[in-house]
Design a protein around this ligand. Structure first.
Ligand code: AMP
Ligand code: MG
Length: 350
């Protein structure tokens, strides 16, 4: 009885003193998903506990990776590549998560005035092929001929995409159409996985898929919960400072689109991977755009869109959205942010 009382007292003391079981910071990294590095950071009482959670995250992300892949087939899976391969042939029955991604992407197309267009595939494929070739053999690197791009652009109308929600089928009615979900898929997948984890009771974790970051809650700091500190990359490769600033987040997503991610060089000029649907050329107002929002799918779609849109249009778009902030770095190195961005800044980092 005395022992029981003692234990009770001890537990009571721990509770009143606000003590929590001691947790340690763990980090897991793996390659192979979404063509980039995935990093998971969390606090757990044991390595085993963290590893089990990290595996679960990896498996869930892998499911989305297979579904949203436009380059590979997977046994027993109808994915984005299956849809592209059946363009002009037949509708493809797909997982509901593909339908959800495509509906989301369609909504973002309209919300951004067409800046982000997942039906831009035929044009993006040309850039992808010329980039791949240019990286393999830099001396022979070339910019895609204009007439090829213009011809491909004829088959990029998103309105043409036929989504049958009831039947869960997707159809590209012209064989020359092609979906490319590179601008939205990572953020969308990360958001779906994060929400699933939150629903299962996970209250603190940081997910990063190739810099597409989503926090679940904050991080334990002994006394309570502290925000996660996220460094925003400096897009200037010549600068001795690797980061522009740090932002502090609790539960938000931070996503950047930048010239540094994928590019190749032709005669000393860099050609990166974000293509303006009007010019069919790499967008050239900015070197990076970062978006903070509670929804990582939205942050991903918007970071690509804002990278393409003129500053005034982008600012107006962001200021009209609740809970969305953005930071632009212009081609001349000027840094501009939306009105509420500074609330996320770690003061001494600026
Ligand atoms: P992100 O890094 O999220 O800005 O996405 C860039 C990727 O999106 C590229 O590698 C392309 O696959 C794709 N992309 C490029 N330009 C566009 C565009 N205007 N609309 C939709 N997707 C695009
Ligand atoms: Mg994006």
């Amino acid at each position: 009885m005395r022992r029981l009382t003692l234990v009770f007292l001890l537990v009571l003391l721990m509770v009143t003193a606000g003590c929590r079981p001691k947790t340690t910071r763990y980090q897991a990294e793996f390659l192979g998903l979404f063509d980039t590095v995935t990093t998971i950071i969390g606090y757990a009482e044991s390595k085993e506990e963290f590893t089990a959670l990290a595996r679960q995250v990896q498996e869930q992300l892998a499911k989305y990776h297979r579904l949203f892949d436009i380059y590979h087939n997977y046994e027993g899976v109808n994915n984005l590549k299956t849809i592209n391969d059946h363009a002009g042939v037949a509708p493809v029955k797909v997982d509901r998560e593909i339908i959800a991604l495509l509906l989301f992407a369609k909504a973002q197309y309209y919300a951004t005035g067409g800046a982000v267009n997942i039906a831009l595939g035929p044009v993006l494929k040309i850039w992808h092929d010329y980039r791949t070739q240019g990286i393999l053999d830099p001396h022979a690197a070339e910019v895609p001929p204009r007439h090829l791009l213009v011809e491909a652009a004829r088959y990029t109308t998103l309105e043409g995409l036929i989504i049958d929600e009831a039947a869960a089928t997707v159809y590209l009615p012209d064989a020359r159409m092609r979906l490319d979900v590179g601008a939205v898929a990572k953020g969308f997948a990360v958001e779906r996985v994060a929400r699933q984890l939150e629903a299962e009771g996970v209250s603190s974790l940081l997910l990063s898929v190739g810099g597409n970051i989503r926090a679940i809650g904050g991080k334990p700091d002994g006394k309570g919960v502290a925000p996660w500190k996220i460094g925003i990359k400096n897009p200037d490769p010549e600068s001795p400072v690797p980061q522009l600033c740090n932002v502090l987040i609790r539960g938000e997503a931070v996503v950047s689109s930048g010239v540094y991610e994928r590019y190749y060089t032709v005669d000393g000029t860099r050609y990166h991977h974000i293509i303006d649907p009007h010019t069919l050329m790499p967008a050239d107002y900015f070197t990076s755009v970062t978006v903070i929002s509670r929804d990582s799918g939205l942050a991903d779609a918007l970071s690509t869109a804002l990278f393409i849109l003129p500053l005034e249009t982008g600012l107006e778009l962001v200021e009209g959205l609740d809970g969305v902030e953005a930071l632009w770095v212009t081609d001349s190195g000027e840094v501009i942010s939306s009105a509420g961005f500074s609330a996320y800044l770690e003061e001494q980092s600026w």
